[in-house]
Ligand binder design. Structure first.
Ligand SMILES: Cc1cc2nc3c(=O)[nH]c(=O)nc-3n(C[C@H](O)[C@H](O)[C@H](O)COP(=O)(O)OP(=O)(O)OC[C@H]3O[C@@H](n4cnc5c(N)ncnc54)[C@H](O)[C@@H]3O)c2cc1C
Length: 476
């Protein structure tokens, strides 16, 4: 069977798009590598903690999951999409599901794969006990597991307060929150936040709870080093200037057994790059993102993108974008008249501006500044999968590798299991510093399958070694 629409990702964007598409009469299939819909922000609780009281995010996720269950659409959870090919009639999607390999034919694809964490290297960041801010939210929401017993929460952006608040709420201890931004930067974005009072009040509440719990919150400070023999045991912090460059001597050392570290989010573009869509650099939306029109149409016919994967703007905007894209796809495929598309999409388009304003203001807080690079020592690992230090990467750039694929083929940087998700941003900033290019001029590496690690058996299928044809020996 060929579907009208395959939606990849069941977060706010993808799940809402699936509901809207099914209501518009599209034969839709939804695929997500998580066990249930909800994405990163409204992640479903794991089976071991089903009885734990629901959080506000959990309740919103439950409503979304109930709405999804009420529509007719095929869905595959715990299924990882590892390849997408375009052919004359549409797309072929390859995924691995718990029941084995999955091949899906579809006329249109909506990519709703969300964002990926941006973590810039600091000395000691590869020690066990250091995890991303986003990963910490996943750990606590899905497993109710704390990142550590005494945690340093560091980096930039709104996840700082949220993660610290969740650690305290779940009974953990936060040694300190270390925010590269000054308080004034937060206050300056207040006018953009007032349009979404619910979210603004939640953010203020997290800060208040941290203050009431006596958690030290340092603005204009960054991590100088993370130390420990086999795992994190000490973290040293120090002041930074307006460019986040270390300023003066380190000020304080904390005993800690975990560090939650994050420098914002970047759109996950591996699938749109694999399909050859045009991309553009927009620091205010997390960096490289596919070029789209207002409804998420990319430059590849039949390929749409919605949510954080189209530019990081937060859950509220993602949800509306997903619905708008689904309606546009229904119109493109002839299931909705233009009049009906206008009638259904108009109220969504009216609401999206406010949501985008909030999300973009939060993303703007995390635009990388030069200090992130200054804090990396020459021997600090940048590409942890391939064991490459700052020195190794810079040597390759100075030897003439002045675009991403050249660095990749010269050093294997970005060719390990993470597929470049952890190192690409740092490498880009290092290269821009040396070459004088902007990130947009420097470019982004080519994406290749597999998009996710694939067991070799999935590619080869079932076979018996005895069936392998063995050519006759060559004559002597
Ligand atoms: C790690 C992380 C944690 C975050 N935590 C929070 C938070 O606590 N609070 C908050 O406000 N914002 C959080 N964010 C930001 C938040 O994700 C977004 O603003 C919002 O959820 C975006 O919605 P979305 O639908 O675009 O993407 P997401 O919610 O990220 O959903 C994308 C979905 O796509 C799926 N997916 C991606 N690639 C594939 C593939 N190849 N195969 C199958 N499935 C795939 C993922 O499993 C995921 O469920 C987090 C982001 C990240 C990266």
């Amino acid at each position: 069977m060929t579907y009208d629409l395959a939606v990849i990702g069941a977060g706010p964007a993808g799940a809402s798009a699936t509901i809207e598409a099914a209501k518009a009469g599209l034969d839709t299939v939804l695929i997500d590598e998580q066990r249930a819909a909800g994405g990163q922000v409204w992640r479903a609780k794991g089976p071991a903690i089903k009885a734990a009281p629901a959080t506000p995010e959990g309740k919103t996720g439950d409503r979304l999951r109930a709405a999804l269950a009420a529509v007719t659409a095929d869905r595959h959870f715990s299924a990882r999409v590892w390849d997408i090919e375009r052919h004359t009639d549409g797309f072929r999607i390859s995924a691995i599901s718990p029941t084995g390999a999955l091949t899906i034919e579809t006329r249109a694809v909506l990519l709703a794969g969300g964002a990926q964490e941006r973590v810039f290297a600091v000395p000691g960041w590869t020690l066990p006990g250091v995890i991303g801010l986003g990963a910490a939210t996943a750990l606590m929401k899905e497993q109710l597991v704390l990142p550590g017993n005494r945690v340093i929460v560091a980096g930039v952006g709104p996840l700082l307060s949220f993660v610290a608040h969740e650690i305290i709420r779940n009974g953990g201890k936060v040694a300190a929150v270390v925010d590269l931004n000054p308080l004034s930067v937060w206050l300056r974005c207040l006018p953009d936040l007032i349009g979404s009072p619910g979210l603004l009040v939640r953010g203020a509440w997290w800060r208040l709870r941290l203050w009431a719990a006596g958690v030290a919150y340092f603005h204009e400070c960054g991590i100088r080093s993370i130390e420990g023999d086999r795992a994190v045991s000490r973290v040293t912090i120090g002041a930074v200037d307006a460019n986040w460059c270390p300023l003066g001597a380190a000020t304080q050392t904390y005993d800690a057994d975990a560090v939650c570290l994050g420098h914002g989010l970047a759109p996950a573009t591996e699938a749109s790059r694999l399909l050859g869509a045009d991309h553009q650099y927009d620091g205010g939306q997390g960096g490289w993102k596919p070029v789209t029109d207002d409804v998420g149409r990319t430059t590849v016919p039949g390929l749409f993108v919605a949510g954080d994967g189209a530019g990081v703007q937060g859950a509220a905007a993602a949800q509306l974008q997903g619905r708008i894209s689904a309606l546009a796809i229904a119109e493109d495929l002839g299931l909705l008249t233009t009049r009906e598309w206008r009638r259904r999409s108009a109220p969504l388009i009216l609401r999206i501006g406010k949501a985008q304003r909030f999300g973009r203001a939060m993303t703007a807080l995390t635009i990388p500044r030069p200090g992130l690079i200054e804090a990396i020592a020459p021997d600090t690992l940048v590409c942890r999968c391939e064991g490459l230090s700052r020195h190794d990467i810079e040597a390759e750039i100075r030897a003439g590798a002045n675009w991403p694929n050249a660095i990749k083929s010269g050093t294997r940087c970005g060719m390990g299991p993470c597929g470049g998700r952890y190192c690409t941003e740092t490498v880009t900033e290092l290269a821009c510093r040396i070459t004088g290019k902007t990130p947009g001029e420097f470019g982004i590496p080519t994406a290749r399958p597999p998009l996710r690690p694939v067991p070799i058996g999935c590619l080869s299928g079932e076979f018996d070694y005895d069936d392998l044809p063995i050519p006759p020996p060559a004559p002597l």
